[in-house]
Design a protein around this ligand. Sequence first.
Ligand SMILES: NC(=O)c1ccc[n+]([C@@H]2O[C@H](COP(=O)([O-])OP(=O)(O)OC[C@H]3O[C@@H](n4cnc5c(N)ncnc54)[C@H](OP(=O)(O)O)[C@@H]3O)[C@@H](O)[C@H]2O)c1
Length: 301
Amino acid sequence: MNRTILLTGGGGFVAGNIISQNRSRDIIEAVEQRAVPILSDNLTWHILDLQDSAQLRRLFHRVKPDVIIHTAAISDIDYCEAHQEIAESVNVGVTRTLVDLCVESNVRLIYFSSDSIFNGQKGRYVEEDIPEPLHFYGRTKVAGEKIVQQGCHDWVVIRPSLITGLPLLDSGNSFLWRLINELKQGKKAAFPKEEIRSPVDAVTLSRAVLELAENDFQGILHLAGNDTLTRFEIARQIVRKLGYSLDLVVDKEPQVTTSRAPRPRDVSLDNTKARKVLKTPMLDLGEALDLIIENKGDKEL
Ligand SMILES: NC(=O)c1ccc[n+]([C@@H]2O[C@H](COP(=O)([O-])OP(=O)(O)OC[C@H]3O[C@@H](n4cnc5c(N)ncnc54)[C@H](OP(=O)(O)O)[C@@H]3O)[C@@H](O)[C@H]2O)c1
C-alpha cells in the first residue's frame, strides 16, 4: 500500500539515508529549515522551522500523512548542554506538537530517541532498563519518549546506537564522514578507548525504520549492531576496511572541560528484540561497513 510519510529533519544524516532507502512507492513529505538539493521520485520538500507550530499544523493537515518519522533534533550533545532553552524547544516542544497532531488524526509516530539516555554503567541495555541520562541532550530525549508513550495511540520509540554511515549531503551528524575527510587529508583521528557502543549502520537503520512505518509494531526498540566495541576499535575497523593506515587512529584522552558534556561509558544496546520483531537483519560491523560501501553512491571514500 502506498503511504504518505511526513519526515522531519529531512536534510539531516539519518533522514537522507531514509530517503535513499525508500524503494517502495511511499510518498515522502520531507521537512527542513533550509532548501535541500535532493530530488527524487515521490519526494516533496517543505521549508519550515518545526518550532512554528501553527505552520507545522497547516502542513500536517495539507499533506495528511499516514505516518510521521520524527528524526529532527538538535543532536550535538555539547551544543545542547550550552543552549538548553533551544534544545528543549526543538527536542521536546516539537515532539509535543507532533504527538498532539498524531492523536487528533490517528496517525502513527516513529520517534527517534538515543542510546545516550542511559548512564553507561551497565552496557548491553535492554528496552526495559531505566533511563538515567548524564547530559541535557539525553534528558530531552527521555522527555520526548515520555510524551510519545503517554500521548500517542500508535507509536514506536527507536533508540539507535552510534550510527555509522554516509550523509546524502556533506552536512549532518555523521562521525564516519568527518573521519573520512580527516583521513583523506592524512590527519590523525582520535577516538576514546573508554566509550563502548554497538554501532548500527545508517542503511540498516533506515530499512528498519521504513519497515516499522509499514507494520503495526508498537513500543520501544533498540536498533543496534551485533558487536559491542570501544569507539577506538570501531574507528580501527573502519580505517582497515577503507584501506588507510591504522597509525592514523590514535587514543583520545578523556576530556574533562567545562564545555564538554559528560559522556556515558558503555551504552551498548541489546538488539534481541529488534532481531525478533524485524525482517531487516541487524549486522556485525564488518557486514555493516560493506553495506555502507555498496550504498555509497558517488561519495569518494
Ligand atoms: N547520529 C547518531 O549517531 C545518532 C545516535 C542516536 C540517536 N540519534 C538521533 O537520531 C536522529 C537523527 O540524527 P542525525 O544524526 O540525522 O542528526 P542531524 O544530522 O543533526 O539531523 C537533524 C536534522 O534536524 C533538523 N532540525 C533541527 N532543528 C530543526 C527545526 N527547528 N526545524 C526543522 N528542522 C530542524 C536539522 O536541520 P539543520 O541542519 O537546519 O539544523 C537537521 O537536518 C536525531 O533525533 C538524533 O538525536 C542520532
